[in-house]
Design a protein around this ligand. Structure first.
Ligand code: T46
Length: 138
């Protein structure tokens, strides 16, 4: 399990964004990501629809906003931190934090690079269970 300080090292890593009259091109390199990527998935989120409401026990993620804007709140049993992300602003999320996110200002699409394959047993989807787990592990 990661230490307390590692859990809260949620860096925002910027992508290169090239804008012209045709639209937008974004770029990031895998060197920006500090774990080996085993899975890539994407989420299309309708405006104002809340998603997340879970924590991961082991999973590291690199979240890339492709389109739209999202507001994401990361928390442990004691405190929380809010981020507003638009294309070009990518968020590194470490295990052990509860996350809730919502597309604001219209729909949004995010791409997620993940350190592990999908495993439902890595999720804690009940907040009270998360608080108990948080108190035991950290
Ligand atoms: C996260 C945020 C940012 C799969 O079958 N395979 C997958 O790779 C994933 C990620 C999910 N699923 C299934 C599990 C659920 O039955 O897809 C369904 C929707 O997943 P969930 O409700 O967890 O979706 P979000 O948007 O709340 O959360 C997702 C990720 O699950 C999670 O890891 O951090 O995006």
């Amino acid at each position: 399990m990661d230490s307390l300080s590692t859990r809260w090292r949620h860096n925002i890593l910027e992508s290169k964004i090239v804008l012209d009259e045709r639209g937008l091109l974004g770029e990031f390199t895998l060197q920006q990501i500090e774990f080996k990527v085993k899975r890539i998935y994407w989420v299309y989120s309708k405006s104002s629809q809340k998603r997340g409401f879970h924590a991961h026990k082991e999973l590291h993620q690199f979240l890339v906003v492709l389109e739209g804007r999202i507001r994401i709140v990361l928390s442990d049993a004691q405190c929380c931190q809010e981020f507003q992300l638009a294309p070009g602003e990518n968020l590194l999320i470490h295990p052990g934090v509860w996350r809730e996110f919502v597309a604001c200002d219209g729909d949004a699409t995010i791409l997620v690079l993940a350190s592990e394959e999908y495993r439902e047993s890595d999720y804690i989807r009940d907040y009270d269970e998360f608080v108990r787990w948080d108190n035991e592990v950290f």
